[in-house]
Design a binder for this molecule. Sequence first.
Ligand code: CMP
Length: 138
Amino acid sequence: MEKTLAIIKPDCVRNGNIGKVISKIEENGLKIVAMKMVKLSQKDAEGFYYVHRGKPFFNSLVSFMTEDPVVLMVLSGDNAISKWREIMGSTNPEEAKDGSIRKSMGTNIERNCVHGSDSPESADFEIKYFFNSFEILF
Ligand code: CMP
């Protein structure tokens, strides 16, 4: 079973879409094996998105990710990384497929409702960044 990190971002939390996102995850056969709601500090967000440091959108992304709470989850299942990315849709909601989370609930390329790890290496880093082994239940 593969694991991936999922984040329900501040826009999605504020818009009351936590339940819809969780339903999509479960309807598509992924299992939530860890979950918590937190408010990220600037340092938390900068460290999490360190690969984007220096990009033009970095400061705005960090500010967005710290403006309201987020829901952090570890998802488990066959091909969980690619499956969750398929369910989310493309980074830019305008380019995301019909039926995807970002198409139906995202606002723009930054405020795109959800995050998912993009490779086994980033999943490993991202899961360990937010969860210790006692918090991952299956
Ligand atoms: P995420 O999948 O969390 O990974 C990096 C995030 O940076 C991305 O979703 C968006 O929220 C944001 N992002 C990526 N590209 C851009 C961009 N061109 N302009 C603004 N924000 C971006």
